[in-house]
Structure formats: C-alpha cells, structure tokens
Design a protein around this ligand. Structure first.
Ligand code: 13P
Length: 284
C-alpha cells in the first residue's frame, strides 16, 4: 500500500472512538518493530520523524524506509514530520514524500502561529498531504516549571476554536499536562480542559508526550476524544534496556544482529501493548 495521510487515519479513529499510535522512527530496527507490531495487531500506524531523527538518519533514509515498509505492509501506514520547525522544512518533507507534516508554531504569538500553519496548509492540501498544528506549549519533562507556569502553557479552548477556524489544520496537538521525555513524578492530565477543547473543535486531537502516562489516563483521553497518540521515550527505554541486558549476559558479543535483535523484539512488544491500549488494534 502507498503511504496514507495522518488525517485519514485520525478521522477514522475519531469516528470509531479510538486513537492511532504514532511512533518515532530513527533506524531500521525501530521501523521493523513498529511495522511488525502493526501487522500482528492488525492496526493502522503512523511513523514519524523528529528533528533529531532527521538529523540522525537523514531525510532520504527516513522516507525510503517508510516507503518500503508501507508498500510491503498489509495495514495502512502514514509518515509524518514531528514538530516541524519552519515552512521550508515542511515543504522539503512534502517534496521528499512525507504523507503528513506537523508544523509547530506553538512558540510563536497566536497570529504568527496562524499565519505559519495556514501557509503550510495551503500548499500541503494542494498536494494531498495532511497537517498537524500545536496550540499551547508541550514542554519537556526536563524543563523545570512550576504549576502556574504549566497552566499558562496549556491550550485555551476558546483560542483553539479561533485558531482552527483561521489556520485550518487537519489535526490539533493539545497541551493538557503531558510533556516529552521521562516523567519525574506522575503526570497530571487536565481532562476538564480536554473536554472543553473537544466541545469547541471538530478536528482530531493529538496527545504528545504519552510515554509514562498511566494506562487509565490514556483510556480516559481516548474516551474524551484524543485520536492520535505520540510515543517515543518508551521505545527508547525498551531499546536500551534490551541492549544492556544482552551485553550484561554476553559481554563479548560483537554481532550487531545479536545485540539489536532482542532490542527490536522488546520495542515490538511495547508497540503492541500501546496499540491495544489506544484501541487501534483490529482497526486496519
Ligand atoms: P514521548 O517521548 O514522551 O513519548 O513523546 C513523544 C512525542 O510526543 C513526540 O512528538
């Protein structure tokens, strides 16, 4: 199958009351882990490349790997740019073959965020590529911020409605208390806020920073109306844990296949569990 858009998968998820998992792609083992999990779970799946992923693997390798995976797969696969930083980068990704882009203008004043997203939307929609935008700021767990600051960073429901109307993205990433990376304490999600956003916005909503969020909170977020969920850190944890176990058990091992193979298997198990949790298993 050719790559499909994120909007197509997320709209079906929104209608079906589940969320599609989006997993960060950095190398072949991650790709194979994610695709094997999707096949075994009969789940649609989103591959995405972050700034770090593009820098590490290179855009051509990312696109080539995702394309091969999608063509061979019997489930729908999308390729998304994660946290795109500029109009130019979004255009480059579209030209190279991404089926979706996220343009993250969340650090800009509202008007500038709207202008940037709308500019990307106009071009992307002309060539059948979907667009995710962000409103509010989803920080990192390493950012030391106090509660009042975190509140101020969250997505304002009224503003979200205005933003969608003006910029017309296909999906909206919301800031409701999650953060990227390993949480120091227990993340606290603002479900009231999510409900208010959902009531005012009729496009699929995206939850970033979902690694380490308790299963119950994820289920509730899906029930309220999250349709795409991003996972990166938990794949890293599974990968590095497996590599460490292998090398501890066999310190003289020199074959990359014997070191990376178990890591690939460990990541696949994480992806399968997430697919069941998000409700996208069996939806391909
Ligand atoms: P985690 O690394 O916390 O899973 O977040 C991933 C993400 O949101 C990518 O945009």
């Amino acid at each position: 199958m050719a790559l499909v858009t994120v909007a197509e998968l997320a709209c079906a998820a929104a209608e079906g009351g589940y969320a599609v998992g989006a997993f960060n792609l950095n190398n072949m083992e991650i790709l194979q882990a994610v695709i094997a999990a999707a096949e075994e779970e009969r789940s649609p799946v989103i591959l995405q490349a972050s700034q770090g992923g593009l820098k590490y693997a290179g855009i051509d390798y990312i696109v080539a790997m995702a394309r091969v995976a999608a063509e061979k797969a019997s489930v729908p696969v999308a390729l998304n740019l994660d946290h795109g930083t500029s109009f130019e980068q979004a255009m480059q990704c579209i030209r190279k073959g991404f089926s979706a882009v996220m343009i993250d203008g969340s650090r800009l004043p509202l008007e500038d965020n709207i202008t940037l997203v709308k500019r990307v939307v106009d071009v992307a929609h002309a060539v059948g590529v979907s667009v995710e935008a962000e409103l509010g700021k989803i920080g990192g767990t390493e950012d030391d911020i106090v509660v009042s600051e975190r509140e101020a960073m969250m997505t304002e429901p009224e503003e979200a409605a205005e933003f969608i109307e003006a910029a017309q993205p296909d999906l909206l990433a919301v800031a409701i208390g999650t953060a990227h990376g390993v949480y120091k304490g227990k993340p606290k999600l603002d479900f009231e806020r999510l409900m208010e956003i959902k009531a005012r916005v009729d496009i699929p909503l995206v939850l970033h920073g979902a690694s380490g969020v308790p299963d119950q909170a994820i289920r509730k977020a899906c029930q309220i109306g999250i349709s795409k969920i991003n996972i990166d850190t938990e794949l890293r944890v599974a990968f590095s844990g497996a590599v460490q176990r292998t090398l501890k058990a066999s310190p003289d091992e020199i074959d990359p296949r014997k070191i990376l193979g178990p890591a690939r298997e460990a990541m696949k198990q994480v992806v399968r569990e997430k697919m069941r949790l998000f409700g996208c298993s069996g939806k391909a």
